[in-house]
Design a protein around this ligand. Structure first.
Ligand SMILES: Cc1cc2nc3c(=O)[nH]c(=O)nc-3n(C[C@H](O)[C@H](O)[C@H](O)COP(=O)(O)OP(=O)(O)OC[C@H]3O[C@@H](n4cnc5c(N)ncnc54)[C@H](O)[C@@H]3O)c2cc1C
Length: 450
């Protein structure tokens, strides 16, 4: 059987690896328009901050590696069109401009996403940059050396990671975001306020509640960032980090898409055409807390879905179990992690939800050191089903979000989390782990409200 994979960063690389490991005799052809595969964009901020010196170490596979496993890997090849009726593809060699055709038995679309470019003026400004690829990372590193003042547009997780990275490099950093809180997709206001204070102490200028309307050259050869609040921010460099959109134009009109442009798949990652599968940032994911399809472009989803597509092109046997959108950040020594819905998001989805927020030291005070964990649990009133959680601490509490993620996936209640078995040893935690205490606080609040 011949499987063609279009796009080879995470979903594509993992799908190919899975197929080549399980079916060494399968014919696998990969088309990738970049000249590299498997770049971990999540390493960009640690590279820009100086914490990690070599962006070349952020690849976990290579065309040579996949070829050694038996694939034909065509980098610098852009797939221009797909014809599901004839199962033919048209491809452009980006070095020679030559057009070729190819045939597939099964096709896996892993064309991912591209940063959203908002419809504002002055986008051609030479000091305006994006942040996604290996080459973006290299360029951003270089220009940081030449820039004193940097404006980051967008306060999502990529924007805030860049703010931290450039503050660590001693730059004058301004972040502009349309909302009143940064990171508002993942955290309630109290968390944003806490990390905002940390950022301000480190010298960041946080300009919230205003939208960028355009960019202009300034007289010093830099860029002016103009907002709808009538403000103008002068900088040497501006970086757009306002989200991602799916790269689905290739299959528009050929297979079913959601209104937001993401490819519709079933739980086997199969599209409306049974011979075409899709995975990663180009698709929507099943978001378990609400039971709806949502656009959540994360590497975590891409690698799971890529694996599943790689299995199912040989017969639908493995189901995608959906996601809680569990994510984490490490900002100036603070671990910030979340899973599922914030209270605000739950209400926006029309769920009758409640939340509780507590703070407690992660281990007993008699230990040489301890430190507080600030944490929130969100649940559905009445059914007591857990919908989401957030944690922030100087201690590494990343695994707490993973534990709650499993609870959300399994539709566990606050009562379950309150008393589920967790280890106790004073080096690590209290007789009741902080996640149990959070569950118990939720139970107390829910019972009081009865
Ligand atoms: C700065 C940054 C930090 C991030 N941090 C995290 C993190 O900490 N945790 C996390 O889970 N996620 C993180 N993400 C998100 C994560 O990188 C994406 O979810 C992931 O890259 C998606 O992988 P993908 O393979 O689906 O798509 P992409 O990475 O978008 O790759 C798609 C590939 O398809 C190729 N392609 C597209 N169209 C064609 C075509 N027509 N022909 C040939 N090739 C084509 C593209 O060149 C590209 O290489 C981060 C993203 C960024 C930008």
């Amino acid at each position: 059987m011949k499987v063609v994979i279009v796009g080879c960063t995470h979903a594509g690389t993992i799908a190919a690896t899975r197929i080549l490991n399980a079916h060494p005799d399968a014919e696998v052809v990969i088309y990738e328009r970049n000249d590299n595969i498997s770049f971990l964009s999540c390493g960009i901020s640690v590279y820009l901050s100086g914490e990690v010196g070599d962006p070349d170490a952020m690849f976990y596979s290579s065309p040579e590696q996949l070829e050694k496993m038996g694939a034909t890997v065509k980098v610098k090849h852009n797939v221009l069109s797909v014809d599901p009726k004839t199962k033919m593809l048209e491809i452009e060699n980006q070095e020679t401009g030559k057009l070729t055709a190819d045939y597939y038995d099964k096709l896996i679309i892993t064309t991912g996403s591209w940063p959203i470019i908002p419809p504002v003026s002055g986008l051609e400004n030479k000091n305006l940059y994006l942040c996604k690829t290996y080459y973006h990372a290299k360029k951003l590193f270089k220009i940081a050396n030449e820039s004193k003042k940097i404006v980051i547009v967008g306060g999502g997780y990529i924007g805030v990671e860049l703010v931290e990275a450039y503050l660590r490099q001693g730059r004058d950093v301004t972040m502009i975001d349309g909302g009143n809180h940064m990171l508002r997709k993942y955290f309630d206001g109290q968390y944003s306020d806490r990390i905002s204070r940390v950022f301000k102490d480190k010298g960041a200028h946080l300009e919230l509640g205003q939208h960028v309307t355009g960019f202009k050259d300034n007289e010093k050869g830099g860029v002016q960032v103009i907002t709808d609040a009538g403000k103008i921010y002068d900088a040497d460099t501006a970086i757009l980090c306002v989200g991602f959109r799916p790269n689905s134009d290739l299959v528009k009109g050929k297979i079913d898409l959601h209104p937001d442009g993401t490819i519709k798949t079933n739980e086997y990652m199969q599209t409306s055409d049974p011979d075409i599968y899709a995975a990663g940032d180009v698709t929507s994911v099943h978001f378990n807390p609400t039971g709806t399809e949502r656009y959540i472009p994360l590497a975590t989803n891409a690698v799971r879905q890529g694996t599943i597509a790689g299995v199912n092109v040989f017969g639908n046997t493995m189901k995608y179990m959906g996601t809680q959108s569990t994510t984490g950040l490490h900002l100036f020594g603070n671990t910030m992690v979340s899973s599922g819905l914030t209270l605000r998001a739950a209400k926006q989805f029309g769920i009758d939800a409640d939340s509780v927020t507590i703070e407690d030291n992660y281990r007993p005070e008699f230990m040489p050191t301890t430190t507080p964990v600030f944490m929130t649990l969100v649940w559905e009133k009445g059914t007591r089903r857990i919908l989401g959680a957030q944690f922030m601490s100087k201690h590494d509490v990343s695994q707490s979000a993973n534990l709650v993620s499993v609870c959300i996936q399994n539709r566990n209640s606050i009562d379950f989390l309150a008393y589920v078995d967790t280890l106790f040893q004073p080096n690590f935690d209290r007789p009741f782990n902080h996640v149990n205490l959070l569950g118990q606080a939720a139970v107390a609040k829910e019972d009081q409200a009865k």
